[in-house]
Design a protein around this ligand. Structure first.
Ligand code: 6PG
Length: 491
């Protein structure tokens, strides 16, 4: 039998799989393709992959036999049980040191589990975020691999050449151990939800507040796309707004205002709650989708709940549009600040050694949130890898200060108009809370102690005989309660 020539195998010939194969083939790698419905393999070879070096396999045995060792097999199948099913079918066919790579949107706890299970059997596992949709997969996605460190040298060249390149640097690097790759992809998706919601709110303010047409909003977004907001999502939203149906009406006006979601944003928000990190903007973005989904109830509410009387805008329209650009920029800075805070906390918890400059670089190109802005984040973390928060970086600190007056004016105006801006507003509320040395949690602690003897600590400098530093104190607030405090526990 001839020696195997395949550099990498790929299972799952849906749109992402097909495009990733063609991309890897273009970069000079020999790919072996397999699909559960095997006719799809032949169709792919006879059509999209015609004239390429891509090889087909009609069984997992054939796939494995065509791969050079250590074998590298990418799964691009639906996240969940399908991944485990393929892994258990592959396991008996593979040898020590072979690598299974899951490129789907798997939940990171599954990737932690799979890495451990496969390593225990002498195999290696990579859970890799793949972002960029069809276009990215075909011409250069953002790839976020994590898992078994020993697998990285074997896949590095293929992954880094297949990924998007920005300024000669690949948008792919080693993320970290076990589930770190899928974790970072999950946070990417959460941030994607946030960016999308911010753009939707800007559109709503321009349309319902200022009364600007779709074409004009597209022009505004195109202009923003040449400045600090230069990004894929702003660019495609401008294109979307320009797109007309056959009758000349913007197609976007015919789309039902109920947002779908597959769950990665929700996972990020749940992770933030579990980690105790105030990732408020992603949370609001998820809830905004939930509110959109209860359309029938909103229709009923719209008939019986009135908002404020709409006053015409009397200010300087261009100034307001410039303010809106700044509001979006500042909110975006907050969202990424929160996202990186969350990653730092999880990395601490799970003992992952995350490289934040590397993550920002991976997101600079190829993926859905790609932007010039991520270049500035890359620089901030290059300057100071242990940066506590983006808001402590000079560049972002100045940017947010500059944006602040316009940001506040936009939110104030939207409130007066009765236009909801959950993402803009929560970003500003976070900003005002984060920069406050004192927040009103003293009241919360007092309330907890008053009704449930949950105790509180004393503020430095305010100690006395009764109020001792470092002690959990309970006060008998009413003179009726006892002096016994409740035991502490963390829910
Ligand atoms: C990407 C995207 C992608 C995601 C879709 C839809 O990075 O290419 O994040 O992975 O699945 O954007 O996500 P929702 O259906 O949850 O909006």
């Amino acid at each position: 039998m001839a020696a195997p020539t395949g550099d990498i195998g790929l299972i799952g010939l849906a749109v992402m799989g097909q495009n990733l194969i063609l991309n890897m083939n273009d970069k000079g790698f020999n790919v072996v393709a397999f699909n559960r419905t095997v006719e799809k393999v032949d169709r792919f070879l006879a059509n999209e992959a015609k004239g390429t070096n891509v090889q087909g396999a009609h069984s997992l045995e054939e796939l494995v036999s065509k791969l050079k060792k250590p074998r590298k097999i990418v799964l691009l199948v639906q996240a969940g049980p399908a991944v485990d099913a393929f892994i258990s079918k592959l396991e008996p066919l593979l040898e020590q040191g072979d690598i299974i790579i899951d490129g789907g949107n798997s939940h990171y706890p599954d990737s932690i589990r799979r890495t451990k299970e496969l390593e225990a059997k002498g195999l290696l596992f990579i859970g890799s975020g793949v972002s960029g949709g069809e276009e990215g997969a075909r011409h250069g996605p953002s790839l976020m691999p994590g898992g078994s460190p020993a697998a990285w040298p074997a896949i590095k060249e293929i992954f880094q050449k297949t990924a998007a390149q920005v300024d000669g640097e690949p948008c792919c690097d080693w993320v970290g151990e076990t589930g770190a790759g899928h974790y970072v992809k999950m946070v990417h998706n959460g941030i994607e939800y946030g960016d999308m919601q911010l753009i939707a709110e800007a559109y709503d303010i321009l349309k319902r507040g200022l009364g600007v047409s779709e074409d004009e909003i597209a022009d505004i977004f195109n202009k923003w796309n040449k400045g600090v907001l230069d990004s894929f999502l702003i660019e495609i939203t401008a294109n979307i707004l320009k797109f007309k149906d056959d009758d000349g009406e913007p197609l976007v006006n015919k789309i039902l205002d109920k947002a779908g979601q597959k769950g990665t944003g929700k996972w990020t928000a749940i992770n933030a709650l579990d980690a105790g990190m105030p990732v408020t903007l992603i949370g609001e973005a998820v809830f905004a989708r939930c509110l959109s989904a209860i359309k029938d109830e909103r229709i009923r509410a719209s008939k019986v709940i009135a908002g404020p009387q709409k006053e015409p805008f009397r200010g300087d329209k261009q100034q307001f549009i410039d303010d809106l650009e700044q509001a979006l920029y500042a909110s975006k800075i907050i969202s990424y600040t929160q996202g990186f805070m969350l990653m730092r906390e999880t990395a601490r918890d799970l003992k992952w050694n995350l490289n934040y400059a590397g993550i920002a670089q991976m997101w600079r190109g190829g993926c859905i949130i790609k932007s010039v802005f991520l270049g500035d984040i890359t620089s901030a973390y290059h300057k100071k890898p242990e940066l506590e928060s983006l808001l402590f970086d000079d560049f972002f600190n100045k940017a947010v200060h500059k944006a602040q007056p316009g940001w506040r004016r936009v939110i104030a105006q939207a409130v007066l108009w009765g236009i909801p801006t959950p993402a803009f507003s929560t970003a500003l509320a976070f900003f005002d809370g984060y920069r406050s040395e004192v927040v009103p949690a003293n009241i919360l602690q007092a309330q907890r102690d008053y009704f449930g003897a949950h105790t509180f600590r004393v503020l430095p400098g305010k100690e006395n005989e009764k109020l001792k530093t470092g002690e959990d104190i309970h006060i008998n607030w009413t003179g009726r309660g006892g002096n016994v405090s409740a035991s502490t526990y963390v829910a």
